[in-house]
Design a protein around this ligand. Structure first.
Ligand code: NDP
Length: 285
C-alpha cells in the first residue's frame, strides 16, 4: 500500500483558547481508534474568524469546534445550520459534508446524555431550575424542552437576557419555559427535580466563587448539575453532596459533547472511557 503521511484535521477556534482541554480528549480517542487525525487548538481573534473559516476550508478540515467568543458569529460563515442549532442560535461544532460546512450544537445534547446515562434520569416530565441565560444555558434549555420537561424556570442576573431567551425558546419550541430575575439568594424548594448551573460563576481561575443558591429546603431527590468543568468539583456540587443530593459535573457534558462531535466527524463511535480518562488526567482530577 502507498504511504500516506497526510493527517485529517479538526480543531477548535476560540479566544482565549489555551486552557481548552478538548484536544487532549479527542486525540486520545483518535489514537484509540487507530485514526491518523489531529485536533488543533487554535487562537483566533474575532476579526480573523471569517479568514480562519476560509482557512479551514482551504486546509480541507473535517470540521471544528467553536468556543468563546465565536459560537454566534460563525453562523453566517457556514453553508447550513442544523435545526437545533438554529433554535439555540449558536454553533459549537462544525462538520464537513462534501465541501459544505454544517453548523451543529452538541452542548445541550452532551448535557442530556449525561443526565440520562451518568445520572440515570429521564428528563421527560421533570421540573427544572436553570441558572444562566448564556450560550450553554440556551443549548441546555433547548434540549430539555425538546426532551419534554414539564416546567423550566430560567433564573438569570440580567433580566433582559433571561427574558429574551425564555421568549425565544417558548416561541420556537412551544415548551413550558418561564423566567425569574436572579435577585439575592435563589432558594430551591420542594417540587424541583433538577437544578442546573449554566453560569460562568466559578469558572477557572475564580474557583472560590459560588452561585448564590440555598439548598437547605431542596427535596432529597434533587439532581444538581454544573456545566462548569474546571475544576469539576465546584463549590455548588460540594454543597449538594454534603446534603446527600445526587450530582452531575461538567466533565460529563464535556465528554459527551465531544463523543457526539467525534461521531459527526469520523462516522465512528469513540472509546468514551479513553476520552474521560484523558480529560481527567489533563485536568489532574
Ligand atoms: P456566557 O458568557 O454565554 O454566559 C454566562 C452566564 O453566566 C450568563 O447567564 C451570565 O449572566 C451568568 N453570570 C456570569 N457571572 C455571573 C455572576 N457573577 N452572577 C450571576 N450570573 C453570572 O457563557 P457560556 O454560556 O458559554 O458558559 C457558561 C458556563 O458553561 C461556563 O462555565 C462554561 O465553561 C460552561 N460550559 C461548559 C460546557 C461543558 O461541556 N461542560 C460547554 C459549554 C459551556 P448575565 O446574563 O447576567 O451576564
Amino acid at each position: 500500500m502507498a504511504a500516506n503521511y497526510k493527517a485529517e484535521l479538526v480543531g477548535v477556534l476560540g479566544c482565549p483558547v489555551a486552557e481548552n482541554p478538548t484536544g487532549v480528549m479527542q486525540e486520545a480517542a483518535f489514537r484509540a481508534a487507530g485514526l491518523d487525525w489531529r485536533y488543533l487548538t487554535i487562537e483566533v481573534t474575532p476579526e480573523n474568524l471569517a479568514a480562519a473559516v476560509e482557512g479551514a476550508r482551504a486546509f480541507g478540515m473535517r470540521g471544528f469546534n467553536l468556543t468563546i467568543p465565536h459560537k454566534v458569529a460563525v453562523i453566517p460563515l457556514l453553508d447550513e445550520i442544523a435545526p437545533e442549532a438554529k433554535v439555540i442560535g449558536a454553533v459549537n461544532t462544525v462538520r464537513r459534508e462534501g465541501d459544505r460546512f454544517v453548523g451543529e450544537n452538541t452542548d445541550g445534547k452532551g448535557f442530556l446524555r449525561g443526565v440520562r446515562t451518568d445520572a440515570g434520569i429521564d428528563p421527560a416530565g421533570k421540573r427544572v431550575v436553570l441558572l444562566g441565560a448564556g450560550g450553554a444555558a440556551r443549548a441546555i434549555a433547548t434540549e430539555l424542552l425538546l426532551a419534554g420537561v414539564s416546567d423550566l424556570l430560567v433564573v438569570n442576573r440580567s433580566r433582559e437576557r433571561g427574558e429574551a431567551m425564555a421568549a425565544h425558546l417558548r416561541a420556537t419550541t412551544g415548551g413550558p419555559i418561564r423566567f425569574e430575575n436572579w435577585e439575592g439568594t435563589c432558594r430551591v424548594t420542594e417540587g424541583v427535580d433538577l437544578l442546573v448551573n449554566a453560569t460562568s460563576i466559578r469558572l477557572y481561575p475564580d474557583i472560590q466563587a459560588m452561585p448564590d443558591v440555598d439548598l437547605s429546603a431542596a427535596p432529597s431527590g434533587l439532581l444538581v448539575c454544573d456545566a462548569v468543568f474546571n475544576p469539576p468539583e465546584t463549590r455548588l456540587l460540594r454543597a449538594a453532596r454534603e446534603r446527600g443530593l445526587a450530582c452531575l459535573d461538567g466533565l460529563s457534558m464535556l465528554v459527551y459533547q465531544g463523543v457526539i462531535g467525534f461521531r459527526m466527524w469520523t462516522g465512528q463511535d469513540p472509546a468514551e472511557a479513553v476520552m474521560t480518562r484523558a480529560l481527567r488526567n489533563a485536568l489532574g482530577v
